[in-house]
Design a binder for this molecule. Structure first.
Ligand SMILES: *Cc1c(COP(=O)(O)O)cnc(C)c1O
Length: 317
């Protein structure tokens, strides 16, 4: 990423936003943004990011505090799975990022010592059977570090799946190299969970990257974030889901934007999400149908939008 751009186009206004929420994009994502307006909304700073600061928390899940609870860089919210924060950064700073106010501050693990601590912790917790390797984006790490993480968790007998959570197939598809695929495919436990938000992101390069993983026997699924003007109409959402299915990527979740500062201009209200889910469910087969959910702190699972009111009460999500 030597050629990545760190100063946003768009003059003073954009630079002011970037001073608070950094801008970072690869040449590939800038080219894609030029062709795909939905993607451009995810790349370029918007002055409205600065207008909701007082009303929204920067760290809705209390993650900065939680890290101290177990092992640095390890997060457990559900009994049978843990999330490992492998890297602090990503190949792009998404404007809708849940961690946009604190990216780079969380504890991460990729050194042999910190991985060993995580492994020891998991071995003491035999109910854990699923490890999410996340971040940031673990695929900003070099192959050797990815291999170290992958092998450490995949080699544990109690672990039945290792999920690599990465937006690289979308934002940096050339990162999916034959050498990387060989590393990920050497256990039969590996799944890749990626992040596409609109059909225009499924470029030939992106489709090729996903295809390389699937051809190697690695199931690829997609977590989408519901974003105003990007995928919040039936036509746009269906175009995305069909493009994912053509690329052999399984739509998994559609998330409501978390209530974090700097994202209000992209948020879609829960009512609209429910209506969209219904229309989509009536228009496409189950294999291409994701679950529409919200990530509510303290809930025992990702909460279906249809149950949001019973979980959170009538407050607007
Ligand atoms: C979302 C999440 C998971 C995975 O949840 P699934 O519903 O299994 O995809 C695991 N750990 C943490 C900390 C999470 O936030």
């Amino acid at each position: 990423m030597a050629h990545a751009l760190k100063i946003p186009p768009g003059g003073k206004a954009a630079s002011r936003v970037a001073a608070r929420y950094p801008f970072f994009a690869t040449p590939y994502s800038l080219e894609l943004a030029a062709e795909c307006p939905g993607f451009a909304k995810q790349v370029f700073p918007d002055p409205r990011e600065l207008s909701d600061a007082g009303s929204m928390p920067a760290d809705p899940f209390g993650e900065t505090g939680l890290a101290a609870a177990a092992v640095p860089g390890l997060k457990q919210r559900y009994p049978d799975r843990v999330l490992v924060m492998a890297a602090a950064g990503c190949a792009m700073r998404c404007r809708h990022c849940t961690r946009k106010g604190m990216l780079g501050t969380a504890q991460t693990m990729s050194s042999p010592e910190s991985i060993a601590k995580a492994v020891a912790w998991i071995e003491k917790h035999p109910r854990v059977r699923d490890v999410l390797v996340s971040g940031g984006d673990p695929l900003v790490l070099p192959d050797a570090a990815v291999a170290r993480l992958h092998d450490a968790f995949a080699s544990l007998r109690q672990i039945e799946s290792v999920r690599i959570c990465t937006r690289a197939p979308c934002t940096l598809p050339m990162r999916i190299t034959p050498a990387l695929v060989r590393i990920l495919a050497r256990s039969k436990k590996t799944w890749v969970n990626t992040h596409f938000n609109c059909a225009g992101e499924l470029t030939p390069d992106a489709v090729r990257a996903c295809g390389m993983l699937v051809d190697a026997g690695i199931p690829v699924s997609c977590q989408t974030v519901l974003l105003k003007g990007v995928n919040d109409t039936p036509a746009k959402m269906l175009a995305l889901l069909r493009a994912l299915q053509r690329a052999r990527v399984r739509p998994y979740y559609v998330f409501l934007c978390d209530p974090v500062a700097g994202v209000s201009h992209l948020r879609v209200p829960a009512d609209k999400a429910r209506a969209l889910e219904k229309t989509v469910a009536e228009s496409i087969g189950g294999l291409a149908l994701p679950r529409f959910v919200a990530d509510i702190p303290g809930a025992r699972r990702k909460t279906p939008v249809s149950e949001l009111e019973s979980v959170c009460g009538p407050r607007a999500f």
